[in-house]
Design a binder for this molecule. Structure first.
Ligand SMILES: Nc1nc2c(ncn2[C@@H]2O[C@H](COP(=O)(O)OP(=O)(O)OP(=O)(O)O)[C@@H](O)[C@H]2O)c(=O)[nH]1
Ligand SMILES: [Mg+2]
Length: 619
């Protein structure tokens, strides 16, 4: 018998494995084209039944229901309903469902079955379901649904022949009246899908059941967010609660070292450089190592336990609203360590404009280089007490607020960019959830050690170098007796020039002096102020005994301190980030754009913070 070639469409939820099945079935025999008038890819190809008769296959974009939310989803609906121009209604459907996610995927399957076309269910990803400890009964599911159910593993090409055979059979024996009515309401559809999934489940290991129960809390659209915020909150509280003792030890260690150098070396150029430049400057940054490590300890634990992928899943919706794809979550997350690897990780984002947007907002994630700056200013100006009668520490709360400002700022910027400069729509994203597991102490220890090493290496190279250069510029020319060395020096004079520009946002000479060298790396803002203060205090026993924080307390108003914090949420003070952006975007256009908009935001944020604080009498 030679009739027209039957055409069969592959439909199902996103990431069910439709394209994988399509590729496995058609091999190289496929054509890619666009649907006329819309830019949605149309993939068509040929396969053949066991006896050699051809069959035409169409791969459709994944959707969650026949009520489309986007253009590609509308195409799927139009094709299966036979309304797509230039496409005849398929003779049969292969509904692809993810075996490990049956209850979700069966919702759409039920809707599709109600269309009354010859239909076969491909119970795909059976390998993953088995790995997760789930044993299914395809026959039982077939009986319940009234259509054939064929187990498949698309990526291993398993079940393909059986699938085609079932399709052939379904087309030949199809009776237009054996239609299963779909439940009317969404709620009853879900209920029916859940009941079906339960019926088709032979056994489920306790681990899988347990995982699903934990996930129902962790991935809950409201409860999950509350948990994420609570975890972040605890993280920032701990930074202050746990870092104090080790930071004190480091600080007094550096003090002892300074005293020893002063006692041993004669008062020369070299001694000044070591005491004021290297020890005061670089030492002021190194004392924040415990804070950074505690933050990383939390991030590493969340990652190793399997939680982080769930947080990405939660964020996906929010990121989609501002036009970013969930694929951007991991690059943005790694930008909390440092924007440089974060920006490199954006290579995993296929859409160019989506990727560009992610690169442009990556510097807004609070990288660990900001920690010394935040910790210094918070430690000096935010009282170490609890909020009201609660156990919530004020310092941790402010730190949390700074991180949150960066994130909210990034989302707002992305929202604006995606509607202007990098216009485009977000692509959906799904990722496989890793298993929950106890983090291994050894792995965590190694990762922490690596973080510490990176930080110390920065302190020993770029931060030390910049600080030494600054020390030189601060030490010459020598001020006449009675004049401030810092203000008389080359660096001091440059700072006085810059001060004119930053005075309106509440910045003083200390800050103006720190801003330019801090372009090399943000931590240099701390080492620069420490070095300037050390030079200022040199010879004055009492002043030398004071910590940098104590000295700033005496000189800055609270409004200035807050403005300085707000500045650092946005300011693009990092040469490496600018360089990597140039490399990843192949030119100077985007790094310059990035630096420009970030400085503007920083200036505005610092200004608004300063004047608001002054209005509240904190000037
Ligand atoms: N382990 C396993 N992975 C699979 C299987 N089928 C598909 N995958 C993987 O699942 C992911 C999604 O597969 P796709 O074929 O792109 O899914 P799709 O249904 O076409 O997705 P959309 O086009 O987005 O709707 C890919 O990474 C596949 O390699 C399977 O049977 N077993
Ligand atoms: Mg696909």
């Amino acid at each position: 018998m030679t009739g027209p070639i039957p055409s069969v469409a592959l439909v199902g939820n996103p990431n069910a494995g439709k394209s994988s099945l399509f590729n496995a079935l058609t091999g190289a025999r496929q054509k890619i084209a666009n649907y006329p008038g819309v830019t949605v890819e149309r993939k068509a190809g040929h396969a053949s039944f066991a006896d050699g008769r051809p069959i035409a296959l169409i791969d459709l974009p994944g959707t969650y229901s026949l009520t489309p939310a986007s253009l590609d989803e509308a195409v799927t609906r139009d094709v299966v309903l036979g309304k797509q121009a230039g496409e005849k209604r398929p003779d049969a459907l292969i509904v692809v469902v993810d075996a490990a996610n049956l209850d979700n995927h069966l919702c759409f399957a039920l809707e599709l079955l109600a269309l009354g076309l010859p239909t076969v269910i491909a119970l795909n990803m059976l390998d993953l379901a088995e790995r997760d400890g789930l044993t299914l009964d395809p026959q039982r599911l077939a009986r319940e649904l009234g259509v054939p159910v064929v187990p498949t593993v698309a990526v291993r090409k398993r079940g393909l022949a059986e699938l085609l055979e079932a399709v052939d059979e379904a087309i030949r024996t199809h009776q237009p009246r054996d239609v299963v009515a779909a439940p009317r309401s969404d709620a009853s559809l879900h209920q029916r899908a859940r009941a079906l999934a339960r019926a088709a489940t032979l056994s489920e290991t306790p681990v899988r059941r347990w995982t699903q129960r934990v996930d129902s809390v962790v991935l809950h659209p409201i409860g999950g967010f509350a948990l994420l915020l609570a975890l972040m909150f605890v993280m920032f509280q701990s930074v202050y609660a746990a870092a104090e003792a080790p930071a004190d030890v480091l600080e007094s260690g550096i003090g002892v070292l300074q005293g020893w150098v002063i006692d041993t070396l004669p008062d020369t150029f070299l001694r000044g450089l070591i005491v004021e430049g290297v020890l005061a400057g670089v030492g002021a940054v190194i004392v924040f190592l415990p804070q950074i490590l505690i933050l990383f300890l939390f991030i590493l634990l969340l990652e190793a336990s399997g939680y982080m992928a769930r947080a990405a899943f939660l964020m996906d919706g929010l990121m989609g609203k501002v036009g970013l794809s969930g694929r951007g979550f991991i690059p943005l997350l790694s930008s909390f360590a440092c924007a440089v690897p974060g920006i490199m990780a954006t290579r995993a984002i296929p859409d160019e404009k989506d990727r560009l947007t992610t690169i442009l907002i990556a510097p807004l994630m609070t990288c660990s280089a900001r920690m010394p700056v935040y910790a210094l200013v918070i430690g000096a100006f935010i009282p170490a007490r609890n909020v009201g009668g609660t156990p919530i520490g004020l310092q941790g709360l402010v730190l949390f607020g700074l991180f949150l400002s960066g994130i909210v700022g990034a989302l707002l910027v992305a929202y604006v960019l995606r509607r202007s400069v990098t216009r485009g729509n977000a692509a959906g994203f799904m990722m496989e959830m890793p298993r929950y597991q106890w983090p291994r102490a050894r792995d965590i220890a190694i990762a922490l050690w690596q973080r510490a090493w990176i930080f110390l290496r920065r302190a020993g190279t770029i931060i030390a170098m910049t600080t030494v250069v600054l020390w030189l510029l601060l030490s010459f020319p020598k001020a006449p007796v009675g004049q401030s060395q810092v203000e008389y020096s080359v660096a001091g004079r440059i700072a006085s020039g810059l001060e004119v520009i930053v005075k309106p946002i509440g910045f003083n000479h200390d800050i103006a002096l720190a801003l330019i060298p801090a372009m090399a790396a943000r931590e240099v803002a701390v080492s620069a102020m420490a070095t300037a203060n050390a030079i200022d205090a040199s010879g004055d026993e009492e002043a030398m005994a004071e910590t940098l924080g104590e000295r700033l307390q005496g000189k800055w108003s609270l409004a200035t301190a807050l403005a300085f914090l707000a500045w650092f949420v946005f300011a693009p003070q990092c040469i490496s980030t600018i360089a990597i952006t140039r490399r990843e975007t192949n030119g100077w256009k985007w790094p310059l754009f990035m630096v420009g908009y970030l400085f503007l935001l920083a200036y505005a944020a610092a200004g608004i913070t300063y004047w608001t604080a002054v209005a509240f009498g904190l000037g």
